[in-house]
Design a protein around this ligand. Structure first.
Ligand code: ZN
Length: 242
């Protein structure tokens, strides 16, 4: 009997694996070929695919004779040779095989045949174990991907935080500078205000309120009091002149 037609898979009946023929239905057959992924390849009448390429849900329940059939819509989806750690998978597979052989030996030795481990049943166990390993590896890959993404996000946040910190430091330095400038201006304004107060007091000694208002430019009209004082001054001056 030929070996498995999947690239990288050397399983065969001689190695204890259950081999399956390609379906007669052209649509299903095309799906199987597409999943196997061999370019420009058509299966021959003797081409076979081994059981490990079918996931658990592709199989019917184990029959009372220990054999198991593929479901009518079964499609091969498991291709360990495409996985990164192919060697590990196959090494583990060999380990399982050894375990099963030891069990069989013990059964033979004790002549216990109540629950014989058939070849088909052991193959299904191997297939299930490999499937679990593949699931586990898939989960590991997903977690690694998430971890990488989280690290990237963390780095991005750290960079953002650093940029914000630098920006705040610049703002603090600027604020300090403006505070010093404003303090200087306030000091100058206070000094100017004191000078203004002195000037105002001096002016109030010489001029009345109305004159100060006109000099400030707030009102262009002389008050009656100012006009009267001006007339008095005028007459006083004129009399002196005469
Ligand atoms: Zn195979």
């Amino acid at each position: 009997m030929p070996g498995c037609c999947v690239p990288g898979c050397s399983n065969s009946t001689a190695k204890g694996f259950s081999m399956r023929s390609f379906p007669a239905d052209p649509e299903r057959k095309a799906l199987w070929i597409a999943n196997i992924g061999k370019p420009n390849w058509e299966p021959k009448s003797h081409s076979r695919i081994c059981e490990i390429h079918f996931s658990k849900d592709m199989w019917e329940k184990v029959r009372c004779d220990g054999k198991q059939k593929l479901k009518c819509n079964a499609v091969p989806t498991i291709f360990p040779s495409r996985q990164q750690d192919k060697s590990i998978l196959f090494n583990n597979h060999n380990t399982h095989e050894n375990d099963i052989d030891s069990d069989n030996l013990i059964n033979d030795k004790n002549n216990i045949n109540l629950f014989p481990i058939s070849q088909t049943y052991s193959n299904i166990s191997i297939s299930t174990n490999m499937e679990e390993e593949i699931d586990w590896k898939k989960q590991c890959e997903e977690l690694k991907h998430l971890l990488r993404k989280s690290k990237q996000n963390c780095k991005y946040l750290q960079n953002t935080l650093k940029r914000r910190e630098e920006m705040f430091n610049r703002i603090i330095v600027k604020s300090d500078r403006y505070r010093r400038i404003l303090k200087e201006r306030l000091k100058r304004l206070k000094a100017n205000n004191q000078n203004y107060d002195k000037l105002r007091i001096s002016l109030e000694k010489v001029l009345d309120k109305g004159q100060i208002i006109v000099l400030n430019g707030n009102d262009r009209k002389w008050s009656c009091e100012t006009i009267m004082r001006a007339i008095d001054s005028r007459y006083t001056c004129d009399n002196n002149k005469i």
